[in-house]
Design a protein around this ligand. Structure first.
Ligand SMILES: [Zn+2]
Length: 432
């Protein structure tokens, strides 16, 4: 999404926050937050090693500052002795996307809270570890390489079993096949002729392009059968989902994949169409939902691609002849923020331009935004008192609207969806 705070509320790179203030925020006795390099004092808690799930103590993050963490799991170090473990920790003050594996030397033994231990996890082999990760949401893949980027992942993703012992994946950025080793990817790139997502290009504006990928749609389109191997397209859709799971929580199980269409936004240059963001949408032509999940790849966030795709999703609803559309819930935290900014920006601009009175229902007809989302947005802006005021006529003064518009961040990057560039037939009609 476009505005991805890496933490909930506060970034952990708190180097500007005085140490004594950090100590007050921690909730753990961290009188040793400025830890002495001399680790003699740490040894007094060595008897509690290895730490157990549920133990809480301080952990040194990458900015050099110690933060309170809770241990979620442990595993033996591949290159360590029989008693050498690393620990999967959750930074208590921050979003779980920062959870990570850390080594013992990053942990402050003096700060250990031993009276809140939960049942510990003994050494896990690759298959058991995978099952454990699936249940506990311990992140299994830590980084991916995609195009020219190496990207830290945020969440557990259900990769095939052969990747259970793998901490890094190497993706072909065009066909999305992924590998355990960079050398495998390099071999693949020599023979891979994909330079764009499989499917139809349905939007082109300068270097921006949107492709629609659908396993079934391609199977049923005779001319596409010549160009696209259906199996390849299935792999692409499946790998889009695996990729999304690395950055989104609580999304639909994989078995539903053939019920979705995928819209892939690319930045194109001479070397090909590089995926920057995408969303999925149910094929169900009757439903109100016009977007299932949306992901802007982390290197491309804060550039307006998320808002661009959201605008596009509403244009699809209009083309389908629907009164309005809405994203499926629950939204991720980043997704919710992106939507709220989009709704606020769109609605305030209409309210500012229109001088006459009109109802929320009319606002919905203009924008294809569901009246519930409009009412909630206007209530959050304190422009209406209740989400039940669906027929409230707008009587906001220019000064208030100007102030709200100044506060509302418009889409970054100046990207604007141009509906005249859209060449698309709704799925329902395509199948008839
Ligand atoms: Zn490839």
């Amino acid at each position: 999404m476009d505005s991805p705070p890496r933490t909930r509320g506060k970034k952990p790179s708190t180097s500007k926050i005085p140490v004594n203030q950090q100590q007050q925020q921690s909730g753990v006795d961290n009188s040793s937050a400025n830890l002495p390099e001399d680790d003699a004092s740490k040894k007094k808690n060595a008897e509690f090693l290895p730490f157990k799930a549920g133990n809480q103590l301080l952990c040194r993050w990458r900015d050099g500052i110690y933060y309170p963490v809770k241990i979620i799991a442990r595993r033996k170090l591949v290159d360590g002795g029989v008693d050498d473990f690393e620990y999967y920790v959750h930074y208590i003050q921050f979003n779980s996307r920062l959870d990570e594996w850390v080594r013992l030397e990053q942990l402050d033994l003096d700060s250990l809270k031993t009276n809140i231990a939960e049942e510990g996890h003994e050494e896990l082999d690759a298959a058991l570890l995978y099952e454990h990760e699936k249940v506990t949401k311990v992140k299994n893949i830590e980084t991916i390489e995609l195009g020219s980027y190496k990207i830290e992942t945020w969440y557990f993703s259900p990769c095939p079993a052969e990747y259970n012992d793998c901490r890094e994946l190497f993706f072909c950025e065009f066909c999305l096949t992924f590998f355990k080793h960079k050398s495998q990817l390099q071999r693949h790139k020599k023979k891979c002729d994909s330079r764009q997502p499989p499917g139809n290009e349905i939007y082109r504006d300068g270097t921006l392009s949107i492709y629609e990928a659908s396993f079934h749609a391609l199977l049923h389109t005779p001319n596409m059968l010549k160009q696209v191997d259906p199996k390849k397209n299935w792999v692409y859709s499946e790998n889009l989902w695996i990729l999304a799971k690395l950055f989104l929580e609580n999304k639909a199980p994989l078995k539903d994949i053939n019920r979705f269409l995928f819209y892939v936004l690319c930045e194109c240059d001479d070397s090909g169409c590089h995926m920057v963001a995408y969303f999925s949408k149910r094929k169900d032509p009757e439903g109100i939902y016009n977007l299932s999940y949306i992901l802007t790849l982390p290197p491309y966030q804060r550039r307006g691609y998320g808002a661009f795709l959201i605008a596009f999703s509403y244009e699809l609803s209009k083309k389908e002849g629907k009164a309005a559309g809405a994203p499926e819930r629950p939204l991720s935290d980043l997704g919710r923020r992106c939507y709220e900014r989009y709704w606020t920006w769109v609605l305030l601009n209409i309210l500012k331009q229109r001088r006459d009175d009109f109802s929320i229902q009319e606002l919905s007809q203009m924008t294809a935004i569901h009246i519930g989302d409009i009412a909630k947005t206007l209530q959050d802006l304190e422009l209406i008192q209740s989400t039940k005021e669906l027929q409230t006529r707008h009587c906001m003064d220019t000064e208030t609207l100007d102030r709200l518009l100044r506060d509302a961040a418009g889409p970054p990057g100046g990207l604007k969806f141009d509906v005249t560039k859209l060449d698309w037939t709704p799925y329902k009609q395509e199948q008839s």
